[in-house]
Design a protein around this ligand. Structure first.
Ligand SMILES: C[S@@+](CC[C@H](N)C(=O)[O-])C[C@H]1O[C@@H](n2cnc3c(N)ncnc32)[C@H](O)[C@@H]1O
Length: 336
């Protein structure tokens, strides 16, 4: 870890800036030390900050960390099977996903669940010395392999151990975020998706993909065989969990038609609309008057009468009702 990475790293629990203590350095590389926020403490080990605390490592996260630690050594020898199963090229599939990031040579990219860095290399092919790639993974054993792969590239690289549900980065820092085959392991996918939108600035891109048999293939033999082999194929896709900042969001299924890809552009807060636009037609008013101007219900007889009266006066329902209520209310108020 470079010391100036502290301009970007934040306490994943409180969002506070971190201070380096007891640092052992090799050149400008911090190989050992302690990162401190007010009430939190994280170690730097093997030149990587470890933003994990034991209480975070429950359930799925605990399993994932141990599982990937046990297969880190052989992961690269076997990952091709995931692509061979569907007669697809690993390189082509990965490149197709990375293309969705809309990178330029100076992009600042965060890769979550980077594993042994198979996509990291392909992302780095797009960046020059002004570009940045930051890696995060729950498993330091997986990341150790990624670090070997990324060392030869000119772009700035940083790797950290941490949990996707509590990202250790400042708000709005990244231009693009990428996560392939990690989400299925996250303990709180909604929180992780919210965190992704937090660390990418408005206008930046988020791309993530995971195994998933889509609804129309659930009852096929093809779908059943996959779900039988790995129940994660039956997990729901995460569309309902996307954050409100997601704009132009798209989902499609690739890689044997059993891996979803979601990509979207980050926006600011909720989208806005021109909801004061006066609507033509009998009902009239605007989306805002219809939403914010709801009155207590009236009797069916009163409703039929006001509809008749509005028609007679050639007013929209909104115009008649708004002017009549306003007139009567102002009159009653002036009599007080
Ligand atoms: C199937 S591997 C994918 C690795 C890599 N993206 C690739 O395509 O080869 C899943 C990775 O997700 C990581 N992971 C699992 N849960 C995580 C979490 N909560 N936060 C960050 N990484 C996680 C694992 O340690 C593992 O390296």
């Amino acid at each position: 870890m470079k010391e100036n990475a502290l301009e970007v790293y934040r306490c994943p629990i409180t969002g506070e800036r971190l201070h380096l203590d007891a640092a052992e350095k090799h050149g400008d590389e911090v190989v050992r030390g302690v990162l401190l926020a007010r009430d939190q403490r994280y170690v730097v080990e093997g030149d990587m900050p470890v933003f994990l605390r034991t209480e975070q490592l429950t359930g799925t996260a605990h399993f994932a960390r141990n599982y990937y630690a046990s297969i880190a050594e052989t992961y690269d020898d076997y990952v091709h099977v995931t692509f061979d199963l569907y007669n697809e090229s690993e390189r082509e599939v990965r490149l197709g996903l990375i293309e969705l990031l809309n990178l330029n040579r100076r992009s600042k990219v965060l890769e979550i669940s980077a594993g042994t860095g198979k996509d990291s290399e392909l992302i780095l092919d797009n960046l020059d010395a002004d570009g940045e790639l930051w890696l995060l993974d729950l498993s330091s054993d997986m990341l150790a392999h990624a670090k070997e792969k990324i060392a030869r590239y000119p772009a700035r690289t940083e790797a950290a151990v941490g949990d996707a549900c509590h990202l250790p980065y400042a708000d709005n820092y990244f231009d693009a975020l990428y996560c392939f085959a990690g989400i299925g392991h996250f303990t709180d996918q909604r929180m992780a998706l919210k965190e992704m939108a937090r660390v990418v600035h408005p206008g930046g891109k988020v791309v993530f993909a995971e195994k998933n048999v889509p609804p129309w293939l659930r009852d096929t033999e093809y779908g059943k065989i996959l779900i039988n082999n790995n129940p994660m194929f039956a997990d729901e896709n995460p569309l309902a969990l996307l954050p409100v900042e997601a704009r132009n969001a798209g989902i499609r299924w690739i890689l044997g038609n059993v891996h979803y890809v979601v990509d979207y552009t980050v926006g600011e807060g909720e989208p806005t609309g021109n909801f004061d636009l006066v609507l033509p037609g009998h009902r009239g008013g605007s989306f805002n008057t219809r939403y914010f101007g709801k009155l207590e219900g009236v009797s069916a007889e009163a409703k039929a009468l006001y509809e008749k009266a509005a028609r007679k006066r050639e007013m929209s329902l909104y115009q008649w009702l708004d002017s009549t209520v306003r007139e009567k209310a102002l009159k009653d108020l002036s009599e007080d």
